[in-house]
Design a protein around this ligand. Structure first.
Ligand code: PMP
Length: 401
């Protein structure tokens, strides 16, 4: 058994048939995050920034410390550049809202065919508001961004908004190449880190991006919390996205002036417990040996890829090797719908998978399909999970194909 499971309460009561391979959708919460949540909700629960009593001060201090921990996890120059959101989706919508103020009519937002809808629809909406255009970096047959095509797409590009890691193919984006492209074109670089954040600490400064978003629930934290990081000058260049309490400086009936970032973008009571628990999850992540966890993930990914490519009637999508990718593997069984595969894998084999378009319909179009099955690993995954996946699929294939 994978010893790391001791850090995950979901495994305390799980029996041997619990094979959770839907980590790209939501991973399990780690024990420090759950304990931090219980501790806050039990002993410190009060609203932040308002109260003058000790409990409220404890809550306010814990929330401020959570922001520092999130900044540390991504190596942000300042915690004031960290906005707590409800997840990557709100983060990317906020990024699109902010950066639209830098867009002129006719300019281009460059996304990719690989994007999750969360990093596509907000840019379409921003483009519509500004009279700008959305263009896409194509995807190679093995499910990576085709960066050789970048030069053909340079005309009037103002924003490049792409995924750091694909939720369908597991491909990790070559950010350095995108950074050079942005340097040459003067474009701003936004990364959707929803699938990268679960793979250890990040360095937004080394990546050279201008904004970065991720969700807590995929990175061993609670649901309902996420992070948007942005360069302070960019955050300070835009009016607020949402209005309400705590984001203002002064309000009269006619007009309002606004607080500086990050508070300008955190209208209303923030997800206090979520932020505190996320910080505990990020601290847990920072305490792990990611070189060893990466090697373990590559080993299990290779076993999945080998097993699936040996399976009769199984079509794999995405990179066939284990370099520059994470343990997110998409495939289809010939003549069997992905939903049927997932249902039987759960009911008959205790394997939890995801089937569908994965909120990436343009990529499904690119692959000329409508749905794939996806198995996705986490640091607590082990050989038994992969065996259950491959044996179960073989049985499902024989039953249904
Ligand atoms: N981007 C990617 C690559 C994702 O995988 C997801 C979640 N599936 C999102 C964005 C959106 O994250 P959330 O639903 O947590 O806001």
């Amino acid at each position: 058994m994978n010893e790391l499971r001791q850090d995950f309460p979901a495994y305390d009561t799980a029996d041997g048939a619990f094979h959770f391979l839907d980590n790209a959708a939501t991973s399990q919460i780690c024990r420090p995050a759950l304990e931090a949540l219980v501790e806050f909700e039990t002993n410190d629960r009060a609203n932040v920034k308002r109260g003058v009593y000790a409990r409220a001060e404890r809550a306010t201090n814990a929330f401020a410390s959570a922001r520092k921990a999130a900044a540390f996890f991504i190596n942000a120059p300042s915690p004031d550049e960290v906005i707590f959101t409800s997840g990557a989706t709100l983060g990317l919508n906020t990024a699109a809202h902010i950066l639209q103020h830098h867009l002129e009519s006719g300019e281009v937002i460059l996304v990719s065919e690989l994007e999750h809808h969360s990093n596509l629809v907000p840019w379409q909406l921003a483009a519509e508001r500004r009279g700008a255009k959305v263009r896409a970096i194509p995807v190679t047959d093995d499910g990576r961004l085709d960066l050789d095509k970048l030069d053909d797409l340079a005309d009037r590009v103002k924003i490049v908004a792409v995924t750091h890691t694909s939720n369908v193919t597991g491909a990790v984006t070559d950010v350095a190449r995108l950074r050079s492209f942005c340097d040459a074109t003067g474009a701003l670089l936004v990364l959707d880190g929803a699938q990268r954040a679960p793979h250890g600490p990040l360095d937004v400064q080394a990546l050279g991006c201008d904004m970065y978003a991720f969700s807590g629930h995929k990175a061993f934290g609670p649901t309902g919390i996420g992070v948007l990081w942005g360069r302070y000058d960019l955050l300070d260049s835009s009016p607020p996205f949402l209005g309400g309490g705590e984001m203002i400086r002064r309000v009269s009936i006619e007009r309002s002036t606004f607080a500086p970032p990050p508070h300008r973008y955190e209208a209303g009571t923030p997800p206090i417990g979520g932020a505190i628990a996320l910080a505990a999850a990020l601290e847990w992540s920072m305490s792990q040996d990611w070189a060893a966890l990466g090697a373990q993930e590559r080993d299990l990914t290779e076993k999945m890829l080998n097993g699936l490519s040996d399976m009769c009637g199984c079509r794999l999508y995405g990179p066939t090797g284990t370099q520059q990718r994470v343990g997110v593997v998409s495939f289809e069984l010939e003549d069997v719908h992905a939903h049927d595969v997932c249902q039987l894998m759960d009911s008959d084999h205790g394997v939890m998978l995801r089937g569908g378009h994965h909120c990436a319909q343009p990529l499904m179009d690119r692959f000329d399909t409508v749905a794939t099955v996806r198995a996705s690993l986490a640091p607590y995954s082990d050989q038994a999970d992969v065996d259950a996946l491959l044996n179960g699929l073989e049985a499902v294939r024989r039953k249904l194909a």
